[in-house]
Design a protein around this ligand. Structure first.
Ligand SMILES: Nc1ncnc2c1ncn2[C@@H]1O[C@H](COP(=O)(O)OP(=O)(O)O)[C@@H](O)[C@H]1O
Ligand SMILES: [Mg+2]
Length: 408
């Protein structure tokens, strides 16, 4: 099969260049769905062959190679399943969660937490492949680099961009010299396997600002100015007459005392459009106040309406559960949650019942990025946090809590 049927131009150029130089680290970074992981999975297999040869020169018969991914789930979906399908191979894990491929013992490690250190400490590796490197714990990452001391060992990594001060950007990408460290930047347009319609759709639903910069163009930018840049009063505020009646209701809860507390009621229509129908926000109120608010909500919307609550106050979550409100810990991943809400604004799929909100009107304009941390400034965010918990948890499933089992 001709190479241009197997690879994008970008992938071909990188494979060619990778054979011409004796690099130590290759960082393939940039937009989502740009072809980074497909490329790296193949480079990984080429590298296993190289590692085997290099080790033989060292007199080592079964060399070790490190395969790092954020979690067991991403290892399986991004790497193992892809390689098994593409090469019709059956990868059999041993009882340590490692496997042998082409005579190389591949040691897997989960880089997402410091526990990843355990599986690789002290070993001599003939190379490493790290998927989604910005999500790696820095200590685990450094240890992997240190372990790559076998003859000719190399490290391949791929990642989506993060904020510009991320250690991977500052310590490695900014220091790429094209010799020892090679950094290849991808945009979505580098993937010519994606059809134009798909790319156009992706652009249409990607929130403006930092999410477009990173997701589409693969740039290491931090957010600036307002977080929800696609919010538009004219499009997103509606009146009671415009509110559909066939909604599935759910709530978001952000506990607060000094900072305001907030409970929002949201509804989702069968077409996927989401409506903010009630905002409750108050300062200096005790938990009994919020129980009353929730009771009012269950009286209006039924006892089964779920409350997706900030887990930072477990005693309040427990109290809600004791009151027989259907309470769940919210999924709190900040950037992913914001992206979900921002996407709804961008697509024109999130509406606010204007007469029922007050604080929202203020927060939506005051909620801004902190350039240093890459996250929003933690002020003027109480109602918006409740909205984010509601939307993100409703969409991506609720983490289970075992309150009742523990007799709380
Ligand atoms: N060489 C290739 N051959 C066939 N399809 C490809 C190739 N490279 C990328 N793709 C397609 O593009 C999708 C995204 O590629 P992937 O490498 O997962 O992107 P990234 O890791 O940059 O997010 C893949 O799921 C696949 O459908
Ligand atoms: Mg990828």
């Amino acid at each position: 099969m001709p190479l241009n049927k197997l690879y994008t131009k970008k992938q071909r150029d990188i494979i060619k260049a990778s054979r011409e130089k004796d690099w130590f680290m290759m960082i393939n970074h940039g937009a989502v769905r740009a072809g980074k992981t497909v490329l790296d999975n193949d480079l990984f297999l080429f590298e296993l062959k190289r590692a085997k040869k290099n080790a033989e020169e060292d007199g080592v018969m079964t060399p070790m190679y490190i395969l790092g991914s954020t979690s067991a789930g991403t290892l399986q979906t991004n790497i193992i399943r892809e390689i098994e399908d593409k090469y019709a191979q059956d990868i059999k894990f041993d009882r340590y969660g490692n496997f042998t491929f082409w005579g190389v013992y591949v040691v897997t490690t989960f880089t997402g937490s410091i526990a990843g250190l355990k599986s690789i400490r002290g070993m001599t590796a003939y190379g490493a492949y790290i998927n989604e490197a910005t999500l790696a714990n820095k200590e685990v990452f450094d240890e992997i680099v240190k372990r790559c001391s076998g003859l000719g060992a190399r490290i391949i990594l791929d990642t989506n961009p993060d904020h510009p001060n991320h250690w991977l950007k500052v310590d490695y990408i900014d220091k790429a010299d094209g010799e020892k460290i090679v950094a290849n930047h991808f945009t979505i347009f580098d993937n010519d396997f994606l059809n134009k319609r798909y790319v156009d759709n992706l652009i249409a639903v990607t929130p403006s600002g930092v999410f477009t910069e990173r997701g589409i163009y693969g740039r290491w930018t931090s957010g600036e100015g307002a977080v929800y840049t696609d919010f538009d009063e004219k499009k997103h505020y509606i009146t009671k007459e415009q509110l559909p009646t066939n909604l599935t209701y759910f709530c978001g809860v952000d506990w607060g005392y000094e900072h305001w507390g907030s409970i929002v009621v949201m509804g989702e229509a069968p077409d996927g459009k989401v409506y903010l129908v009630e905002e409750h926000a108050a300062q200096h109120e005790e938990i009994d106040y919020w129980v009353n608010v929730a009771r009012g909500i269950t009286e209006r919307y039924g006892q089964r309406i779920p409350f997706y609550a900030d887990s930072a106050r477990p005693e309040h979550v427990a109290r809600f559960a004791r009151e027989r409100f259907k309470t769940h810990n919210a999924k709190k991943s900040v950037l992913s949650g914001i992206e979900e809400v921002a996407k709804l604004f961008k697509m024109g799929s999130l509406f606010i019942l204007e007469e029922n909100v007050t604080k929202f009107k203020d927060e939506i304009y005051q909620y801004v990025w902190n350039k240093k941390t890459g996250e929003p400034v933690k002020e003027n965010d109480d109602v918006l946090d409740a909205v984010r918990y509601a939307v993100y948890t409703h969409k991506h499933g609720k983490p289970t809590i075992k309150l009742f089992k523990h007799g709380l």
